[in-house]
Design a binder for this molecule. Structure first.
Ligand code: FAD
Ligand code: ZN
Length: 472
């Protein structure tokens, strides 16, 4: 197994002095997750500059039997990037692998290293007249490698799909140090198994993503953003049906926000204005490639029909880019506002679209009844059937560790009864690992464990995350 001193010496040779952190203060931010829910330890934080360095580090970890915890922007919400409390392990922080290797407008393709911050890539795409549609609240810190490893969703999935649909190819370092490379430029490729799919959403348990080729889209020439007061989640579903039917080809976002959710966000944004003071709202965004289409007019006409049939009560259409951004800011700041509002238990669930209103009604009725003082904070992506059913705890509940477990069981049993999933976006990590075993079938779990054992027989790649396996 070798001594820790020898191990660190080897890592230093590979990554250089700037690429090896062993000082406790320097390592500290890497050993805790964004929400401060998980803490771990590591012998070192290693910051490679190249794929070759990643491969050499992985081989050294194999030799010294050290576990590897890949880490991107450390914004994940499932504790996947936080090391466990014990054992020889390193955090492999990808932030220094931040080069854009290629950006080709005609191929609509961006090839980027894993450590590129998502927002930087969005900006690079816009500079070339293109759109990288992956967008979510943590985009200023999250890295593309982390987004791929969690198959992140966000606000544009309705139109462009989640990360999985945007990845054309990957470069991955396998647990034995082999570099697997197919940074494809192709839209169609049926030559054999599509192995990249196994790594998308694998949360660092099967290999290290070092680069990706991503699909770009033409940058829309115009957009329309509206905040619509809908009265209830059921009305929001009817509004979605109408807008999808009439304007579906332009619809890029349809976000449902409860009164509780925009209130926690506004509390966190002093000076921000918001058009409504009560009831459920929907944030709708339409985009179009042609500057000549009367997008504002058609949106107004559709909303007028929605007022008539009662699925919309009132609406504000942003007249300027700044107004649209102000509306989006309130939506994007819900997570930060919720964090400031106290301890919350998050549920990132998906159900068939038709079941959303029933699920919300059940939680809004049942959660405060079963857990007096708990406050549901619900928002999400209606078109994807994905709701963030978060519950802010009272200060007293926050001190009782059993509350979160009982709430999880309560919400997830409701979701399972509706044929849903316990995580639509954030993944399993260590947060939901035991619950995965409750809600997946034995056959599915066995297949996942077989994949893991095939690729990582010594269980050194992010052990303790997603699935439970013993080293073979
Ligand atoms: P990290 O947190 O560093 O890592 C996440 C997981 O990926 C870990 O298991 C880690 O081991 C693994 N990993 C990281 N990099 C690599 C790599 N190069 N190779 C292999 N494995 C790797 N998610 C959504 O889907 N939709 C949202 O709308 C959304 N909104 C969010 C809003 C906020 C405010 C926050 C804080 C988070 C939000 N998230 C959302 C969570 C989202 O999954 C993460 O923010 C993001 O995808 C993770 O990227 P990261 O670089 O921070 O990864
Ligand atoms: Zn989300």
């Amino acid at each position: 197994m070798g001594s820790t001193c020898d191990f660190l010496g080897r890592l230093g040779e590979i990554a250089g002095p700037a690429g090896l952190l062993t000082d406790m203060d320097a390592m500290a931010p890497h050993l805790v997750d964004w929400r401060g829910q998980f803490r771990g330890r590591a012998d070192a934080v290693v910051r490679p500059r190249s794929t070759a360095e990643v491969a050499a580090i992985v081989r050294a970890c194999g030799e010294f039997q050290a576990a590897i915890v890949p880490q991107g922007g450390n914004t994940g919400l499932a504790g996947g990037a936080t090391p466990t409390p014990a054992g020889r392990q390193i955090v492999l922080a990808l932030g220094r692998m931040n080069r854009v290797r290629d950006l080709d407008p005609l191929d609509n393709l961006l090839v980027a290293e894993a450590g590129c911050v998502l927002q930087t890539l969005q900006t690079a795409a816009v500079g070339a007249g293109r759109l990288l549609p992956l967008s979510f609240g943590a985009e200023g810190s999250a890295q593309i490698g982390g987004a791929i490893a969690t198959n992140a969703g966000g606000v544009n999935v309705l139109r462009y799909g989640s990360t999985r649909q945007l990845v054309l190819g990957l470069e991955v370092v396998l647990p034995d140090g082999t570099v697997l490379e197919r940074l494809g430029r192709l839209r169609k490729d049926n030559a054999g198994y599509d192995w990249k799919q196994v790594f998308i959403g694998s949360e660092g348990t099967l290999g290290i993503i070092t680069a990706a080729s991503l699909r770009l889209y033409p940058k829309p020439a115009q957009s329309q953003t509206a905040m619509v007061s809908v009265g209830s989640p059921g009305a929001a579903l009817r509004l979605f049906e109408r807008i999808d039917a009439e304007l579906g080809e332009f619809l890029s976002s349809f976000e449902l926000v409860s009164e509780a959710a925009y209130r926690v966000s506004l509390d966190h944004l002093p000076g921000a204005s918001f058009p409504f003071s009560e009831g459920w709202v929907v944030l709708v965004e339409l985009t179009a490639g042609s500057p000549d289409l009367p997008l504002g007019e058609v949106l107004e006409a559709t909303l007028a029909r929605a007022f008539e049939d009662g699925c919309a009560l009132d609406a504000v259409i942003a007249q300027t880019v700044a107004q649209a951004q102000a509306l989006w800011l309130v939506r994007e700041s819900i997570a930060d506002g919720e964090r400031a509002a106290g301890v919350s238990v998050k549920h990132d669930v998906s159900v068939p679209i038709s079941r959303i209103a029933d699920l919300i009604a059940a939680v809004e009725r049942g959660a405060p009844e079963l857990f007096p003082g708990a406050r549901p904070n619900i928002f999400g992506h209606v078109g994807d059937g994905n709701m963030h059913v978060n519950i802010i705890l009272s200060p007293q509940q926050a001190t009782d560790p059993t509350v979160a477990h009982r709430l999880n069981d309560y919400v997830h049993d409701l979701v399972a009864a509706e044929g849903g999933s316990i995580t639509a976006e954030h993944g399993i990590g260590q947060y939901r690992r035991d619950e995965l075993y409750k809600y997946k079938t034995v056959a599915e779990l066995r297949l996942m464990e077989q994949f893991k054992q095939l690729l990582d027989p010594r269980n050194l790649m992010n052990p303790g995350k997603v699935i439970q396996v013993e080293p073979g």
